[in-house]
Write a new protein. Sequence first.
Length: 264
Amino acid sequence: MSLPRLVATDLDGTLVRSDGTVSDYTRGVLEELERRGVPVVFVTGRPLRWADDVFPYVGGHGLAVVSNGGLVWDVARSAVHLMRPIEPQVGLEVCRLVREAVPGSRFAVETLAGIGLEPDFLERHVVPEGSRRGAVEEIFDEPALKLLARHEDLAPQEFWDAAEAVVQGRVTITWSSTTALLEMSAAGVTKASTLALLCADLGVEAADVIAFGDMPNDLPMLDWAGTSYAMADAHHTVTELADHVAPGHDDDGVARVLAGVFDL
């Protein structure tokens, strides 16, 4: 069998360890693949402002899919390669529908400029100084890479199901958190659909991609790739879908699988 021509990997819970670092072993494996001409593409739900922590590991090709497919970022040039945003008119309609169906929903908007949050949106990560706060009608005034909805009293699946029932395809909804945080992209935009566009630019077929993930937002990518791995501690839906199971993210699971596949 031929070797994969491209590696696509999620970050948190997959390539990145629980302490937020990438091990020297993993970094060495990624660098060796780069030397062999096999690009490693980071495909993450992280926004751009939070993804640049790991860009030093992305290799010389310099492309990363962030915000669940809303953006392909050219790391080498520090510039947009491709944007697939939610337009404000659509996003505000989605917010209205979700808030009516699930009272207590709060929203935040990720753009190239950063994050804007409603006053009652309780972010679990550090919010950059100077981030906008205001009603969603005020902060959603330009195309968004990702729309976030949070609920403090519901379970993730319960919130997702309620939102899906009213959104009806206006946006793509997924989640990757242990809390009730929904991540919404433009209709049809997923990690898989944006990765497919990137691979088409590179002349790489889905069958030649090996992909790794751990949460529901990785499901489309793992289903699309020719070879897929769930991490040992992945969400059960991911384990059920993937072709194989890799060691956990704290055990350098991605790197250990790649070392075996490529005989490193």
